[in-house]
Design a protein around this ligand. Structure first.
Ligand code: TYM
Length: 337
């Protein structure tokens, strides 16, 4: 069967963007594909410096996947750092990757642009982990022989890089071993656009504008109230597609709430629905959908829950798979005695 793989990095509490961009589409794909989903903790190390935090977010991302319905009997579910084979292949593929490709990577370029704008040294605060980030991500994908990678739009370039890097390797060693060429799959909801956050920009941990998945009710309500709206009066017709509140509603709403979304759109367009009421609709849909997930999440976050057992078993399966590919690679490049 074809293989679906994706990862989330534990740099903060998992949020609606992660659910919509990655978790939901990935769980859907797990119905027909062989699936491998993981927590990219070594990717988080490019920015997280507090060991307690890294441990906490790793558990919290893992618990979120399971709460959202990941079935560990069907999906190989693991933590990246539990699979040392990844880091050996990381060196090999670093040697196959042009430096110019890394110079053009979005995340690195964005960091440089910010520095230049602030009048700083272009590389200020840029560590080699951030610079090499796309190579490690390529390894995550290639070492598991992935066919498809369900991700949000912001990660598409990285998957293309993985395909490029695989191509460079295959070009030289293809007679002995060839990596599969992976393809990104982006969610259909919102035309594949990234989910907006509390300030209307892309919802992202690094902008501190996220709606975390599992907040106490009153805090969730407060956050929903913070999403920006304009001053169009209640009676006036509104364009739902330019409202981040509506975009979040539309992309988040499960099929069972499709009627609510369609009705809300009509009422906004016709005039007569105010932003306050729209926010109440969003809040209710969030509560209904996230409530049951939260119960399972809270269970899993308790010390001694079966979270660690699940991840241990996943790591073992992931390592078996990775070491098969790694030995083929070692043989192909000539480091096996
Ligand atoms: P990360 O941790 O930033 O995000 C995890 C996933 O959530 C998606 N996402 C969004 N989708 C829609 N709207 C948003 N506002 C939004 N914010 C985040 C991301 O697109 C992503 O799919 N580099 C990756 C982690 C990673 C990985 C991999 C992914 C490491 N190795 C191998 C796939 C395959 C990252 O930082 O995602």
């Amino acid at each position: 069967a074809k293989v679906s793989l994706t990862g989330i990095k534990p740099t903060g509490e998992p949020h609606l963007g992660n659910l919509i961009g990655a978790i939901r589409p990935a769980l859907q794909l797990a119905e027909e594909y062989d699936s491998l989903y993981f927590i990219a903790d070594y990717h988080a190390l490019t920015s997280v410096r507090d060991p307690e935090e890294l441990r906490h977010y790793t558990r919290s991302v893992a618990a979120s996947w399971l709460a959202a319905g990941l079935d560990p009997r069907r999906t190989t579910f693991y933590v990246q750092s539990d699979v040392p084979e990844i880091f050996e292949l990381n060196w090999v593929l670093s040697c196959m990757t042009g430096k110019g490709l890394m110079n053009r990577a979005h995340a690195y370029k964005a960091a440089r642009d910010r520095n230049v704008e602030a009048g700083e040294d272009p590389d200020a605060g840029v560590n080699m982990g951030l610079y090499n980030y796309p190579i490690l991500m390529a390894v995550d994908i290639l070492i598991m022989e992935s066919d498809v990678v369900p991700v949000g739009k912001d990660q598409v370039q990285h998957v293309e890089y993985a395909a490029d890097i695989a191509g460079s390797f295959n070009h030289v060693y293809g007679d002995s071993y060839s990596f599969k060429i992976p393809k990104a799959i982006i969610p259909e909801s919102g035309n594949g656009n990234t989910l907006p956050g509390l300030d209307g920009r892309k919802m992202s941990k690094s902008y501190d504008n996220t709606i975390p998945l599992f907040l106490p009710e009153n805090q969730l309500k407060k956050l929903v109230r913070r999403i920006p709206t304009d001053s169009t009066p209640v009676e006036a017709p509104k364009d739902p597609d330019s409202s981040p509140v509506f975009q979040i509603l539309e992309q988040f709403a499960p099929p069972s709430s499709a009627d609510v979304v369609a009705d809300t759109r009509k009422r906004l367009e016709a005039g007569g629905m105010g932003w306050g009421e729209l926010k109440n609709v969003l809040f209710e849909v969030l509560l209904t959908e996230l409530g049951p997930m939260r119960e399972r999440y809270d269970e899993l976050m308790k010390p001694g829950s079966d979270l660690d057992v699940v991840l241990d078993e996943g790591a073992q399966k992931a390592r078996e798979r990775a070491s098969r590919v790694l030995s083929s690679v070692r043989k192909a490049i000539g480091v096996n005695r």
